[in-house]
Design a protein around this ligand. Structure first.
Ligand SMILES: [Fe+2]
Ligand SMILES: [Fe+2]
Length: 271
């Protein structure tokens, strides 16, 4: 089974209504205008879509932060680029990131929920998360870990109900490898060094990942790609930001050998 995993394209733009100068969006708009705009090359999202359509994997996973401030205009830009993939025969999974759930503004929340439904090919709605789905040779648990936070925080939070859902699903007789799809890394080498960016409520999921009940965690949020996996490919894979690094994660699961094999593919050179 072949999975192509990409993340964090971070479209951005100006404030879309006056409320954006009152809520947290002004921070994100400022951040995009003076920093993110120069770090992310948006052409890589289209290149990723073209690459996935050409490769025809068994599944494509997009692990959040498609916007910078969660405004409707940012979602609109990204959904137009992602639409050919969404409308293809390739199953697509999407969970939102903290930037997609930036503020409580109703227009922003509605746009995020529309994006979740659209990018999950109408199979999953935001309010239904967490969900478990079987695709190909693996079971996938999709969770939302993102919600609006204070001005200086980029933290995520795995709600107790989602953690309990994961525990319940992992306590059943395992028929296939279990892959957790979330926005935040569960494994943190130095959680207190990243206290403004970390995931809270992750303890049970971390325990299940470490004892092998969860086989693989797929995440984004951290913008450089990495794989913390063992010789059987078990552990955590972060796709990094597709528009910052110009690469996607390609994960092949060999059912016969029961092994996941990860490679980082650069979209310019297809290395
Ligand atoms: Fe991000
Ligand atoms: Fe993030």
């Amino acid at each position: 089974m072949k999975i192509i995993h990409f993340s964090d394209p971070h479209a951005g733009g100006p404030a879309e209504d006056w409320m954006a100068y009152v809520d947290k969006r002004w921070v994100g708009v400022f951040n995009f205008s003076f920093r993110r705009k120069y770090q992310h090359d948006q052409s890589y999202l289209k290149k990723a879509v073209d690459y996935i359509l050409e490769q025809k994997p068994d599944l494509a996973v997009l692990s959040g932060d498609i916007t910078s401030t969660g405004q409707p205009g940012e979602f609109k830009i990204q959904l137009a680029i992602l639409e050919p993939l969404r409308n293809s025969q390739i199953p697509l999974m999407f969970i939102p990131g903290n930037h997609d759930c930036y503020v409580y503004n109703k227009k922003c929340v509605d746009a995020m929920k529309d994006a979740v439904k659209f990018l999950n090919q109408d199979k999953v709605a935001f309010d239904e998360l967490p969900v478990k789905m079987t695709v190909g040779d693996c079971d996938f648990i999709l969770v939302n870990e993102s919600c609006p936070t204070s001005l200086l925080s980029s933290c995520g939070y795995l709600p107790k109900s989602s953690s309990d859902f994961i525990v319940k699903e992992c306590s059943k007789k395992k028929e296939r490898p279990i892959v957790l799809v979330g926005h935040y890394p569960i494994i943190e080498d130095h959680p207190w060094l990243r206290v403004r960016h970390r995931l809270w409520g992750e303890k049970e999921a971390m325990r299940l990942l470490k004892n092998g009940k969860i086989d693989l965690s797929l995440c984004g949020h951290v913008h450089r790609p990495y794989a913390k996996i063992d010789s059987r490919g078990r552990g955590e894979i972060c796709a990094g930001s597709v528009t910052r690094n110009g690469c996607v994660s390609v994960i092949n699961y060999d059912k016969g050998k029961d092994v996941f094999v990860w490679e980082n593919v650069f979209l310019d050179t297809k290395r």
